[in-house]
Design a protein around this ligand. Sequence first.
Ligand code: GLC
Ligand code: MG
Length: 530
Amino acid sequence: MTISTPWWRDAVIYQVYPRSWADSDGDGIGDLPGITSRLDHLVDLGVDAVWLSPFYVSPQNDGGYDVADPRDVDPLFGTLDDFDALLERAHGLGLRVIVDVVPNHSSSEHAWFRAALAAGPRSRERARYLFRDGTGMGGEQPPNNWLSSFGGPAWTRVTEADGSPGQWYLHLFDTTQPDFDWECTEVREEMESVLRFWLDRGVDGFRIDVAHGLVKAPGLPDTDLTLDPLRDPTGLQPMWDQPGVHEIYRAWRRLTDSYSVPGQDCDRILCAEAWVEPAAALAHYVRPDELHHCFNFHYLMTAWNATALRHSIAESLQQANAVGAPQTWVLSNHDVVRHASRFGSGEVGLRRARAATALMLALPGSAYLYQGEELGLPEATQLPDDARRDPIWERSGHQVVGRDGCRVPVPWQADKPGFGFGPTRRTWLPQPPVYGDLAPDRQRGVSGSTLELYRLLLRLRHDHRLGRGDLEWAATDPEILRFTNRGVTVVANFGPRPVMLSPEAVVLASSAADDDVSTLLPDTTVWLAT
Ligand code: GLC
Ligand code: MG
């Protein structure tokens, strides 16, 4: 028997940022037992899988994306037994579990990096990272002009064992996140062994951190610093989207495919975090022998505008179709401003966020949700400076606030201390007071609440198999998007005026809490039975 449509082609995957989802032991930091205790929420919501951001041993200089031991759980989050219990419970509930893999860099606390520092220049230990001699007199200038994505230079000079100023090592992110050298065979073997470690434990896939950064241009040439690192077309910058990354992912795909069982819908999947433009270059990552998914950041970055969104959706679908991959859709994650605040502030922001989600969940392909968006949580914009933990804050000299505002511990119960985040009132970042009103126990069963809207959309999406459908666009209008997918007509109003719906229209779902179904109000998306 063959599986006609594997699960990942239309899956809805919910991202949990472990520090901030649920705390079991009262230290104010979310943990694995906390996650296990709250998995029912995901079943109730109606998602297919959960993706966990890193919970590995780490000094936590970048929220765990600085991994010191990729084969063990940081005591902050629990133990390997806690992980096994989480996986077993999730699978028992019918949820798949995806974990993060961080192949571009390690923590400076990783045993390999410590060994590299100790071993000295031109050693086998240093060959696993990108150590280079400096330039200028006495090597006091960095090897090239690259900058860290978090601000400041991408190179740090080490002090050699004899106390002399020594070589420099590359870190595209924080100083404590040295980049691996993927030309080194040991690095390739080690990372495949890490994948096997988690696959053998039973995980259903991986989200690949900085997937476009592993291979650097030969010779590490200077970059053009006038280019915007995020928005520039493929391959122009020597540290991003180099052709050599694809060979790595072909090897990884062979590895995950070796875990598939014919006739069973049990594929283990790979999803790239690759900030690559244009869409055609990004689609290279999801060719049939490479990865299953890549985040569609172009869609995430598209403004709340009918023309721009239509173009972004059509182009994304076309590029994914060209390589036979499902398109993926995403609006929020732990690195960007929550979409309830990104599209506008206050009421307007939430209204547009709900309309945007209703639009996204009607699209064919797979969708990623970020914890708390189903509650309509806004970005926390009033964090005290001394509470900030994102390394971007320090590295930018306090110019860029960074990403803490989307990582605030989520609320569960309005009347509990810390809004029920854990058994004590402790939360590693302070929660905005409005999070209390948005706790699930205030929204569950309340018609028109954001939580009930997500539940309804996910149920209808599943029942109509929208993730496996096809889009048919209706006549263009600069302020209205209208398309049909599997018998569901989706209409979104981006303009300032209400739009009359046909009197025969049967409204299946509306992103607005309003009862009037004869008109489509501004910043609203409806799903109609065709
Ligand atoms: C990815 C992660 C981000 C992290 C960075 C460095 O972009 O999503 O949170 O800071 O990689 O690992
Ligand atoms: Mg805890």
